[in-house]
Write a protein that binds this ligand. Structure first.
Ligand code: ADP
Ligand code: ZN
Length: 816
């Protein structure tokens, strides 16, 4: 009898590959175990075993597997079914889903690069000969590929050795540069050791009679450090009422010593207490509504206005499922922007909170994988979309918070899945309940509640019955005419801000563009500097004295004269957060402002620091891009100003109005959350625009009705499905021809299915590649499987055409 194993390879292959195995292996191997297999000329890959079969017939020469990596499966059979669903729905290979799912450390392959672990030493007594050889080689070379090690040991089966070494923390996998998320650290301060001697200390204090502030610092440090070795620098500054400069001078004089200490993320120190809040009556009702939907096995959409306490309801639910021994998955659009929420959950659930973050180290990600798989305890896993791909067992509840957020859709690479939609499938497969939550639900989800597919539960009031902020629209065309503008600030906005600062409260300003200005133009000839790699103009970044491309990162200096005509009269057009920051400093020289956008949050813990500054009221105003809309919960923000509400309305996209409503409502929701009613001022050139009216009256339902009507008329989701096929190539004509060929081949598609394009998108060249889109629109009467099958076949023929071999072709199902 011969035995064969079907294996998933982490590659864009259409089907599983079969390998020969012996009888013992056939007995031992279970689906979900990793096996190392050869593929191509001499490459070794980690694959996942799917099924052992006895006799097969395949058209290729069947090779032997190299060896079995695991003793037990690293995922269960259901998981493979789930992968298969994603692959078939989103038109990609199961291998691509596998690759997106497994933490890289579980995916050892020829090209994987390893390094010695910092703590590993050749003197360790427990090293095997192989381990010794590898570590020794790593003393001479910084890093080695798995392939190099195969040569070094002169044996093929190195992966199990490496796997053991990873577990023993002798080696680590090299991570891509810039991709490691540094843990948050905090500065701690203490007295230099020589002053532990009382005499020395007394002398020091006596010598400081004239340095009042420094003395004050030392006295405060005394008070605070009773029984402790060191105290937080920040706290010392605050308590002593001095600036950082005073601390700094003491450190420079070597009177104080400062150290940075890591604040551990995985298991943050349990803070005192873990009482959950009592739900209010309306929250209790919503909670009951959600439970009723779950009893009916329905997906529940929680539509709760900003600050209605949705999070508290999630927490109650999570508590309940954990108590039943079930796992909970809490999906968020962008985990990096949720330190406040994570803090809250860790406060309640302590070590049972697991965070899955693509920027965490591989070890940490693998740890979460293992915890989830072994499920020794019920956990709540918080993560952005990729957390959905963890190997869940006993999953009880999935919460998709801010379900309307478009970042739930994976854009590149495949699988291009929508985490909300895919979560619903996962829930069905695992018999887990699903809760979607938002203050501004997506049209699609809300539509599903109107046709009975989802249950709707509403929270219409804020916690504490605080009124929703009052939203006023300011006509800036009028203000300009009457000369009532100072830069981009209307007199109304300035007055309101002045009042807030007088009341010692805070302001949030929203401008959804970063940088200083998106365009710099020559007054004489009209030339505007463009990115050499992309079809966009370069954004001026005054702060770094650069012109930058927001698509590819290209940057150059800010020109003094026009590159085309040498004219020196250069003007900027449009404005971004930097310009608002600069204008603010002119108008309010005595107030402090901080900026929150991609440019200011790249650094190690800059995002956390910004939030802390606002929470500690170290800044009076926070200006930022859409990052501001992501669930921030500040207590003292009483005014939100939107500098220009129009930019978002004019996007050439069928979701532009919906998105504008969502963004503005969310940013407005940052005002007046806990103490008293807040105010929102929306500056606009089109104050009578429907969407602005709907935002200012919190009229979600009218917005929904009107948008739905438009979707119906113009054949968009939820009435039709969209599949976008993208072609990319360096050459303009080749790209366009490729699109044309594809459209031609799609002519045979079912009747009633629309094929649009080929068309260049608004930014038609990015990183020197031209982009061309073809859109397929199908109605609800068409079987999506048939259409998708057809498109896949066309793609396959396309890929076999020689002249298009270098054209990249992507399919995006339910594209955004
Ligand atoms: P949402 O997620 O709906 O925007 P949050 O859950 O952030 O609202 O709640 C807003 C604020 O109200 C938070 O500071 C939260 O702690 C507080 N809050 C909500 N519900 C309660 C409750 N039942 N008891 C005490 N505080 C609550
Ligand atoms: Zn560019």
């Amino acid at each position: 009898m011969s035995y064969y194993l079907d294996v998933i390879l982490p590659l864009p292959l259409e089907r599983y590959f079969s390998y020969k195995i012996n009888a013992a292996e056939a007995e031992f191997i279970k689906p979900g175990m990793r096996v190392a297999v050869p593929f191509g000329k001499s490459k070794l890959y980690t694959g996942i075993a799917v099924e052992v079969r006895e006799n097969i017939s395949v058209a290729y020469e069947v090779k032997d597997i190299e060896f079995v990596i695991d003793e037990a499966p690293i995922l269960d059979k259901d998981q493979i079914r789930f992968w298969e669903w994603i692959a078939s729905y989103y038109l990609c290979s199961v291998g691509q889903v596998m690759k997106a799912s497994l933490p890289k450390s579980l995916l050892l392959e020829s090209e994987t690069t390893i390094q010695a672990h910092d703590d590993a030493s050749l003197d360790q007594s427990d090293l095997t000969d192989h381990e010794y050889l590898i570590l020794e080689a790593l003393e001479h070379r910084q890093a080695l590929k798995v392939d190099d090690i195969t040569l070094l040991l002169d044996r093929k089966t190195v992966l199990p050795i490496l796997k053991k070494m990873l577990a023993k923390k002798l080696i680590i996998l090299q991570e891509e540069l810039n991709n490691t998320y540094k843990s948050k650290t905090e500065r701690y301060i203490q007295l230099a050791p020589i002053y532990s001697d009382e005499e020395q200390l007394k002398e020091l204090l006596d010598s400081m009679t004239r340095a009042h502030k420094q003395r004050e610092v030392l006295m405060t440090l005394f008070m605070m450090s009773a029984g402790k070795k060191s105290v937080k620098s920040k706290e010392l500054e605050k308590r002593a009422g001095v600036s950082r400069a005073v601390l700094k001078s003491l450190i420079d004089k070597e009177i104080l010593e400062e150290t940075e200490q890591e604040v551990s993320r995985m298991l943050m120190e349990a803070q005192a207490g873990n009482d959950l809040y009592e739900l209010t009556l309306q929250q209790q009702e919503a909670y009951t509504g959600i439970k009723n939907a779950f009893v009916k096995d329905k997906v529940c959409l929680l539509h709760g206005v900003t600050s209605s306490g949705k999070t508290e309801i999630y927490v109650k639910l999570i508590e309940e499922y954990l108590a039943q021994g079930k796992q909970c998955l809490y999906l968020l659009p962008e985990i990096a922007l949720t330190t406040q929420l994570i803090g809250r959950l860790q406060y309640y659930f302590k070590h049972r909170v697991l965070i899955y973050h693509s920027k965490y180290s591989l070890n940490e990600r693998q740890e979460v994988w293992t915890h989830v798989l072994e499920a020794k305890e019920p956990y709540v896993i918080i993560g952005a979309r990729s957390a959905l791909l963890l190997p869940f067992v006993q999953l009880g509840l999935i919460i998709v918070d801010e379900e309307h957020e478009t970042s739930f859709k994976q854009f590149d690479p495949a699988p291009r899945y929508h985490a909300r939609d895919t979560a619903i499938i996962l829930g069905k497969m695992k018999a887990a309940h699903i809760l979607l939550g938002s203050a501004t639900p997506s049209i699609e989800s809300y539509y599903n509640t109107t046709v009975g597919k989802f249950e709707l539960v509403e929270l219409k009031k804020r916690y504490g019955n605080i009124l929703m902020p009052e939203i006023n629209v300011i006509d800036i065309k009028e203000k300009h005419r009457k000369k009532r503008m100072t830069g981009h600030f209307s007199d109304t906005l300035i007055e309101a801000m002045t009042q807030v600062f007088n009341d010692k409260e805070q302001v949030i300003l929203f401008q959804n563009r970063r940088g200083y200005a998106p365009i710099m133009e020559c007054n004489t000839c009209g030339h505007a500097p463009q990115c050499p790699n992309c079809d966009v103009s370069l954004t001026v970044h005054q702060h770094r004295a650069q012109m930058r491309c927001h698509y590819c990162g290209f940057h150059t200096f800010i020109p003094k004269e026009c590159a085309a005509c040498s004219g020196t009269a250069l003007d900027t057009k449009g404005f971004g957060t930097e310009q608002i920051e600069a204008e603010f400093k002119e108008i309010f020289p005595n107030q402090k402002i901080a900026r929150m956008d991609l440019d200011t949050t790249r650094g190690k813990y800059s995002y956390e620091n910004l939030i802390e500054q606002v929470e500690n009221r170290e800044v009076d105003c926070l200006v930022g891009t859409q990052m501001l809309t992501k669930g921030l919960d500040f207590r003292h923000v009483s005014l939100v100003g939107v500098l220009n509400a129009d930019a978002m309305l004019n996007f050439p996209d069928f979701r532009a109005h919906e998105r504008c409503f969502q963004l503005l409502t969310q940013v407005a929701g940052r005002a007046g959350r806990t103490l008293k009613r807040g105010t929102v001022l929306l500056q606009s050139y089109n104050p009578h625009h429907m969407i602005l009216q709907q935002v200012s009256t919190y009229d979600y339902k009218t917005m929904f009705k009107e948008q739905l009507e438009e979707r119906y008329q113009f054949k968009y989701p939820p009435y039709q499905r969209l599949i976008r096929i993208t072609f990319k190539h360096r050459d303009y004509t080749t790209t366009l021809n490729a699109g044309q060929w594809f459209v031609g081949a799609l002519q045979q598609i079912e009747e009633g299915v629309e094929v649009l394009g080929p068309e260049f998108p608004p930014v038609s060249r990015v990183r020197n590649l031209y982009h061309v889109h073809v859109i397929v629109k199908l109605g609800k009467t068409h079987a999506p499987e048939t259409i998708k099958g057809f498109i896949s076949r066309v793609k396959k023929s396309f890929e076999s055409i020689k002249q298009y071999r270098a054209v990249r072709c992507n399919i995006d199902v339910d594209c955004y």
